[in-house]
Write a protein that binds this ligand. Structure first.
Ligand code: ADP
Ligand code: MG
Length: 254
């Protein structure tokens, strides 16, 4: 039994087999990249894992317990976290308030109104912000932050639920290369400190090969290859189908 076990998962949209017989496991604390061309089925797979979508068939279990049929909220409470984008509505709130919002909604779910006041205690929220290096900016509205800093706050918000597994679908999209590396270095440190597994998708191959401990390559809804970064870089099928040969990485995005 692993932290997460995925067995023969299928999901079709009309005639499109977005996820077509995917099986793999995620071990505690590992940093695992899911890569593949656009339309490979990465986001669909994420949504099957977080409960946004229900599979046509197949099994997903966390610590041996099936997640079948559970709504997103329940899966989140069981320990599968995900990053959410801070919406425009909440961008006017301060960094601290955004984290407190998550703690409050979580506390309400667990203990009802009793914990309302406790969740408003800023200490836990500040502690989370410290972990992502944003405590000094706790009082600023999120709308004033640099993009990379917003992403760090979103990461702090995702940590509020103490996830055993964190799902990050394209966490560095829209970021400059330097910011990407900073966010992934932070993610790697947090994963190690908290013994938290992270499953992430990413287009930038230097980020994938620089940070992932293991890589799964998805193509047309099926797993084309999996292994450590060295194995994946040297895999002929991956070279042919995805990485291409002799092209700059950014041109290979699609
Ligand atoms: P990726 O994240 O790897 O780019 P997606 O999971 O978004 O891939 O998409 C996989 C395939 O499923 C694509 O062909 C896409 O058009 C299709 N698809 C994804 N979501 C839906 C949906 N809600 N309705 C119909 N087709 C979808
Ligand atoms: Mg996607």
């Amino acid at each position: 039994m692993s932290l997460l076990d995925i067995v023969d998962l299928h999901k079709a949209f009309g005639g499109v087999r977005a996820v077509d017989g995917v099986s793999f496991a995620v071990e505690p604390g590992e940093l695992l990249a899911l890569i593949g061309p656009n339309g490979a089925g990465k986001s669909t797979l994420f949504n099957l894992l977080n409960g946004q979508l229900q599979p046509d068939s197949g099994q997903v279990s966390l610590n041996g317990a099936s997640l079948a049929g559970l709504p997103p909220r329940a899966i989140w409470r069981q320990g599968v976290g995900r990053t959410f984008q801070i919406s425009q509505t909440f961008a006017s709130l301060t960094v601290l308030e955004n984290v407190q919002m998550v703690l409050l909604s979580q506390a309400r779910k667990l203990f009802g109104l009793w914990s309302r006041a406790a969740a408003h205690e800023p200490q836990r929220a500040l502690g989370l912000l410290e972990q992502v290096g944003m405590a000094a900016q706790a009082g600023r509205p999120c709308s004033e932050l640099a993009y990379g800093d917003v992403k760090r706050v979103e990461l702090a918000m995702a940590l509020a639920s103490e996830p055993q597994l964190l799902l990050m679908d394209e966490p560095t999209a829209g970021m400059a290369p330097e910011e990407r590396h900073a966010l992934m270095a932070l993610t790697r440190r947090l994963a190690a400190e908290r013994h938290m597994a992270v499953l992430f998708t990413e287009h930038s191959m230097d980020v994938v090969f620089g940070y992932a401990q293991r890589v799964i390559v998805l193509a047309r809804g099926t797993i084309l290859a999996q292994g450590d970064p060295m194995q994946i870089q040297g895999d002929p099928a991956v070279q042919r189908e995805y990485l291409g040969v002799g092209q700059p990485i950014e041109a290979r995005k699609a």
